[in-house]
Design a protein around this ligand. Structure first.
Ligand code: CA
Length: 390
């Protein structure tokens, strides 16, 4: 029992500062997401930027744990929409899953919203980016929130010294990271998507991660359903966040009262702490070879969230947070590209009429237009130089 109390105290004191009050110093955070198969990641990245706009978070990087072509662009769409187009983006360059959404919100966003990073090749290697960023941070200062597969974090642990740091991956994590918040696992036991899709990576991380870990388990986000206030809010226009929920909610009967909020809860706890809404159950996760997990009550260093208040309190809060809109920047143009309208007045995108092939074709046309414009700019510059000489 003493060990359990000690573990709770260690996690509470070291890993979760200023939980219920607005922070005066921002949390330095790395966001690691499988931005694509599900769309709770979209709610999560919105909450991330919401707290950054409030001065409570400094986003060090947004990193993908899936590698379908376009995922770097999708992350860049959200970072650009929230006026942070230069946040570093990482994508796994080695083995990784490449799961994509069935609702076609990712390709819709890439057609409709501005993004400087067009291809995954333009993004940095996820693990290299982790090492580069962690090496520069003060000791024990970084929070990592992972809401996808554990692929990158496992690869990070397996790295050796490089030009960024003489430390191994394990040493670098232990020295620089304060807390890992993981949307993964089902507690006290069960199967969960993020954990089992890359089970060897999950096992490596859970066994070898050298800082406190808080799990937001499947059971936490499952009952919190969000997005209806967002999609019915007429004041929100040209928003990629609203577009994703508007496109996706009608495509699944189970989403009719809102999408489940697994990823949003993890980001919320990473940035505002757990103690207002949850208690911590200490121990350590145990992985089975089939990707399922259980919980070692005698383990140390890790905890999973246990509901403390009515889940609707968190649901209401997340519903509010995901309606956050970018801070107004003087002179900034409207974010979205105007698309042709159908007879019903709905944009002809995603499930409103465009197939993937159609979207791909539009992307190609847009790229051709960009190239032609670049040539025109070049010729105009040559003419201007020639005129200046004369
Ligand atoms: Ca996710």
């Amino acid at each position: 029992m003493l060990k359990r109390i000690f573990t709770v105290l260690i996690i509470f004191c070291c890993a979760t500062p200023a939980f219920t009050q607005k922070r005066t110093t921002p949390i330095h955070i790395i966001f690691d997401s499988d931005m694509g198969p599900d769309y709770d990641d979209v709610g999560a990245i919105t909450i991330l930027h919401t707290f950054a706009d409030r001065g409570e978070a400094k986003i060090l990087a947004t990193i993908a744990s899936t590698k379908y072509e376009g995922v770097a662009g999708v992350l860049n769409v959200f970072n650009t929409y929230f006026n942070r187009p230069n946040i570093p983006i990482g994508v796994p360059k080695g083995y990784a899953l490449d799961l994509r959404d069935f609702q076609h919100w990712t390709d819709t966003l890439l057609v409709k919203y501005p993004h400087q990073i067009k291809t995954n090749a333009e993004a940095e290697d996820a693990v290299t980016l982790y090492r580069e960023i962690l090496a520069k941070q003060p000791d024990h200062s970084v929070t990592i929130v992972t809401i996808g597969f554990l692929t990158n974090l496992s690869n990070l642990l397996n790295t050796g010294a490089d030009s960024f740091s003489s430390l191994s991956g394990k040493e670098l994590v232990k020295k620089k990271v304060e807390l890992l918040v993981c949307m993964g696992g089902k507690f006290p036991s069960g199967y969960e998507f993020n954990v089992m899709k890359d089970a060897p990576a999950s096992k490596n991380v859970y066994q070898n991660w050298g800082t406190p870990v808080i799990f937001s388990g499947f059971e936490i986000g499952e009952k919190i359903k969000v997005g209806l206030p967002l999609i019915h809010n007429d004041a929100i226009k040209n928003s990629p966040v609203k577009d994703v929920f508007s496109l996706s909610i009608p495509q699944a009967a189970e989403d009719s009262v809102g999408r489940k909020s697994w990823d949003e809860t993890a980001v919320l706890v990473a940035l505002r702490g757990y103690s207002r809404w949850y208690t911590l159950h200490p121990g350590r996760i145990v992985m089975a070879p089939d990707g399922s997990n259980s919980w070692d009550e005698n383990g140390t260093g890790q905890s999973y969230l246990v509901e403390k208040v009515d889940y609707k309190e968190v649901q209401n809060l997340i519903n509010q947070l995901i309606m956050h809109q970018p801070l107004k920047i003087a002179g900034k143009k409207t974010a979205a590209v105007v698309l042709p309208q159908s007879n019903t007045g709905q944009p002809k995108i995603g499930n409103h009429g465009y197939t993937t092939a159609r979207v791909t074709k539009i992307l190609k046309v847009r790229e051709n237009v960009r190239r032609i414009q670049a040539r025109v700019d070049k010729v105009e510059a040559q003419i201007a130089r020639a005129e200046a000489k004369n």
